[in-house]
Write a protein that binds this ligand. Structure first.
Ligand SMILES: [Zn+2]
Length: 405
């Protein structure tokens, strides 16, 4: 089955993951697609299995006598909890003219290039859109379909030499747990690529260093009528603490390589207040100095108001894969060359978040991220370019073949 029919088949499965679940995978319905993929791999003649957590791993052995590295190709089966993935009704816009696309006439939902300027680059292309009521699920079923089409291609063309290809389909990426139970010894590859990016020709190998900070403020509650020089208001402490942090390092004021501290939760009363921040920076030194700033603010307030008034607990979440990938420059260079070989300037932008590839890189499987030709993830405006999906597939073939030379 060729790439696009495969993709249209996979988006029929509702695989929304659930951030509030305590099971793994977080929703059972993801397994329906995982089991279909397992069957399709086996039907193609690939040795494949699914484990108790829902990870599908398939191995297409090397067909060369040369020593060629083993490459993992990773995509996730789940879709974002941000929008429904139930009853996805994809529709194909042929030869897009650059105008407004009506997704849903009844509900007046449109895909407008004046809102989504990335549409303008697809004039003349064929697009796959939603009916405006669900997401499309291109994130990351486009990645799944590209990987499946790739292995099918090598099975149908056995004279083309390639190294071992290890297919890895994971659940629960969208709820931040995509690699939690993955046994890398079962993957056994030398390195990998996640197929989970946007534009064809995109390669991402830099993401944030990330930490969370939980801060407890302990005040002294006294009747406000007789509070003079006695009351310490924990809510005021939290505000004072926030003012001690850099006022420009906020998500709403930063972009590209600029880091931030984001206060995303606060709850409190005069006696006790609790605040939660996330701390993000691509640069490890700057990341550390942001964390130091929290510790300094804690020390300052404790000196001012007394011991244990403020308690800061910082926990690292994930790190920038670039710091490890510098030791595996070839993986990035080969991908860049493969993109250039198809006449495209590689699109390299720092990820302002994390990826499963970043986690895999730190687990021992160096793993940059490649584009899949799809846009506007996590909502009803999601769409895929058929030409760009096909281009992403040929770029991937070029990468695999370059390592086989
Ligand atoms: Zn994704």
């Amino acid at each position: 089955m060729s790439l696009i029919p495969r993709f249209l088949r996979y988006v029929q499965f509702d695989t929304q993951s659930d951030p509030h679940s305590t099971t793994y995978p977080s929703s059972k319905k993801q397994l329906e697609l995982s089991k279909l993929l397992l069957k399709e791999l086996i039907d193609l003649g690939i040795r494949a299995s699914i484990d108790e957590f829902g990870y599908v791993i398939g191995k297409l052995p090397s067909n060369s006598t040369k020593k060629i590295p083993s490459i993992a190709l990773v995509a996730h089966v789940d879709t974002s909890p941000d929008a429904s993935g139930y009853n996805v009704l994809p529709s194909i816009v042929k030869n897009y003219d650059g105008g407004v696309i009506v997704l849903n006439k009844e509900k007046n939902i449109i895909l407008d290039p004046s809102v989504f300027s990335n549409l303008r680059r697809h004039i003349g292309s064929d697009l796959i859109t939603t009916d405006g009521t669900t997401l499309l699920g291109a994130d990351d079923k486009a990645g799944v379909a590209i990987i499946m089409a790739l292995v099918e291609y090598y099975i149908q063309n056995p004279s083309i030499p390639h190294g071992e290809l290890v297919v890895v389909f994971t659940p629960d990426e969208e709820v931040g747990k995509g690699t939690d139970h993955l046994d890398l010894s079962k993957v056994g590859a030398d390195f990998g690529y996640t197929l989970d990016g946007s534009a064809a020709g995109e390669i991402a190998y830099e993401n944030f260093n990330a930490a969370s900070a939980v801060i407890e403020f302990n005040g002294k509650s006294v009747h406000p009528g007789s509070a003079k020089h006695k009351m310490v208001n924990a809510i005021s402490l939290a505000m004072e603490f926030d003012r001690l942090l850099s006022s420009s390092a906020r998500p709403e004021l930063t972009e590209k390589y600029e880091g931030f501290n984001h206060l995303h939760f606060i709850e409190g009363m005069t006696e006790v207040t609790k605040a939660e921040y996330i701390i993000r920076n691509h640069d490890k030194t700057l990341f550390q100095s942001q964390k130091d700033e929290f510790v300094r603010a804690e020390a300052f307030l404790n000196a001012k108001y007394g011991k244990n008034t403020v308690k800061v607990t910082i926990k690292d979440s994930y790190f920038n894969m670039k710091d490890l990938l510098v030791n595996h420059q070839e993986i990035i260079d080969v991908a860049k060359d493969a993109i250039l070989a198809h006449g495209i300037t590689p699109i390299i932008e720092p990820i302002r978040g994390g990826t499963d590839g970043a986690r895999l890189t730190y687990m021992g499987l160096p793993c940059p991220n490649l584009g899949t030709g799809c846009y506007n993830f996590h909502g009803p405006y999601e769409y895929a370019s058929i030409q760009e999906m096909n281009l992403s597939l040929v770029i991937l073939k070029t990468i695999v073949e370059h390592f086989s030379l």
